[in-house]
Design a protein around this ligand. Structure first.
Ligand code: HMG
Ligand code: MG
Length: 297
């Protein structure tokens, strides 16, 4: 049955902007994050403490994080790939980090330059230190419905990597359809397989919309009881290590769908549309959500 409430994790300022070729200043990022929080989003991913050689778009993350006027009931997580990243996160004053693994060996190599096993070893230390510092830790698993290098990925592999992150102390596991190749029945089967090992309330759906399947896939997994959805304002983004991957499903479209089904999110669609309009103007284009375009004048 469908959940009555859904938690939206807004990833546009990170997953979105990490893949935009137009440079976006620290001040614009701060404004975007503040507008998203003002729109009622409970979680606004705000930073990525990765190597600037690998992802130059996220280089100003410490300044972005320090510059945000934080709201009391909003989480502002930042991505952390290694101990070096955790140090930057702690310096910035984050309260929540996200580590990111994948169910594909090749994607892991391209994305973080190590094997799945090495990544779990790295994250073991990162998570331990983060928990010692009273940070919450979220875990991402990429390529859950396909890999740009290996094609099909077994759901059992997704479940195995998810379980390992969960056992290390991640309070939530976000399952990424990194390249948006998934379709509804497959999305359902993948979630069902992972949910044999991790309780449903700890799972999040992080679907990219490359093939236009994301809303259909979300509707499918909502029916299983998934109640956390990652999405990106104005459909920003992609992944620098997954060629051709377009943005996450647009937050505006997710909110419109959930509103229509009477599912609560606490998000003000009009304010969200303004945030989408703001960042689209900065990038010199029209909003890249269906709702944003329908309301565009
Ligand atoms: P490496 O080259 O193997 O690591 O990269 P290294 O330790 O040899 O470091 C290389 C250089 O980077 C060194 O600088 C380090 O100091 C520096 P140099 O000595 O050459 O001057 N460095 C750092 N600088 C700042 N912060 C750090 C850091 N670490 C090293 N934390 C590494 C390994 C993991 C660092 C690199 O591969 C990396 O940063 N990868 C991140 C890739 C990334 O951000 N991908 C996108 C996020 S994942 C995603 O989008 C998917 C998701 O949305 C879910 C989904 O859709 O599926 C989450
Ligand atoms: Mg992503």
């Amino acid at each position: 049955s469908l959940p009555s409430k859904v938690k939206i994790v807004e990833v546009g300022a990170r997953d979105g902007l990490q893949n935009e070729s137009t440079p976006v200043s620290v001040d614009v990022k701060i404004s975007l994050i503040e507008k998203l929080a003002d729109a009622g989003l409970p979680v606004v991913e705000a930073a990525s403490f990765v190597s600037p050689k690998w992802v130059p778009q996220m280089a100003g993350s410490v300044d972005v994080f320090k510059g945000i006027k934080q709201k009391a009931n909003v989480n502002y997580p930042g991505l952390v790939p290694n101990i070096r990243g955790l140090e930057s996160a702690l310096e910035s004053g984050v309260k929540e980090i996200a580590v990111f693994a994948a169910a594909s060996e090749s994607f892991t190599q391209k994305n973080i330059n190590c094997s799945i096993e090495e990544s779990i070893n790295r994250y073991t230390e990162v998570i331990e230190k983060a928990l010692e510092n009273d940070l919450k830790v979220r875990g991402y698993v990429s390529c859950t419905l396909g890999c740009p290098y290996e094609g099909e990925i077994a759901s059992e592999k997704v479940a195995e990597v998810s379980k390992r992150l969960s056992d290390l102390g991640c309070y939530e596991i976000s399952l990424g359809d990194t390249i948006g190749t998934g379709t509804p029945i497959k999305a359902k089967q993948m979630i069902e397989t992972v949910a044999k090992h991790i309780p449903m309330p700890q799972l999040a759906a992080h679907f990219h919309d490359t093939y236009g399947q994301a809303l259909a896939n979300l509707f499918a997994v909502l029916q299983l009881g998934v109640s956390t959805i990652d999405s990106s304002v104005s459909g920003l983004g992609g992944c620098p290590y997954a060629k051709g991957a377009t943005g996450n499903v647009a937050t505006e479209d997710v909110i419109y769908m959930l509103n229509g089904m009477g599912i609560e999110t606490g998000v003000d669609l009009d304010k969200l549309l303004e945030a989408g309009r703001f960042i689209s103007d900065q990038l010199g284009r029209k909003p890249n959500s269906n709702v944003g375009l329908a309301r565009y004048v």
